[in-house]
Design a protein around this ligand. Sequence first.
Ligand SMILES: [Zn+2]
Length: 281
Amino acid sequence: MPELPEVETIRRGLSKLILNKKIVQVDVFEQKSFLGKKTEVVNAKIISLRRRGKALIFDLSNENSFLVHLRMTGQLIYQGQEKFAGGHPNENFVEELPNKQTRVVFGFSDDTKLFFNDQRKFGFVKVLKTRDVEEEEFISKLAKEPWEMTTEELFEKLKKKNTTVKSAILDQTIIAGLGNIYADESLFFAGVRPDRKCVDLSFTDVEKILLGARRSMEDSLNSGGSTIRNYVKADGTRGNYLDLFAKVYGREGKKCVKCGGEIKKARVAGRGTHYCSRCQK
Ligand SMILES: [Zn+2]
């Protein structure tokens, strides 16, 4: 699932390519992937591209916006002179489009296109009034992101939770933007075991978790997340973007970068969880 840094990477990459482009056509191949009316989007220009949590918000010149949520397998692929692809990394990044995973296509007046692909169809495009974006149910519930939140705020929230720390930091109403990858990376950075109870965390633990969240997401942003750049390496082979920043996620059985011990994988909060039993207490 694309996480916050991947979505931010898409926002930055697409902003350079689609701002001020006029949408002249919308093709919907899957009705449940497009909520709203095509007519509210067609003939409008994209005037800004924002992000709230893991949702991308395309603001249009006609006071409408459309929101894109990639969920599990969503991708946005821009095809013009340049190609830019981000989201769930797979062969669509480099294949001809549209294909059977293409749900919505936006056509621009300069003949370039933006494809929304989504194999499992949990993602969506939703058209709404720009003034209603902040009240949209998904967006209004979002907690602060790690950069906006103080240690005091996170500590106050966590000390009331009777769950494991992994489960709590995945909760988007507590802290926004941490998915399975960055939750594991943050806890490794902090030296905190994922199955520790929130009530047992010290202020310093929480401070380190917050720093770890910022640091791991920034490392990912600097590496470009799951974009075409990382999917296809310079030599034409497939790259795994996780290799660029992940210290524990997806590294079970490999050596811990800090202590040389073995990275373990266990189920915590119902999710595959990666940690070092020596470095994390
Ligand atoms: Zn270790």
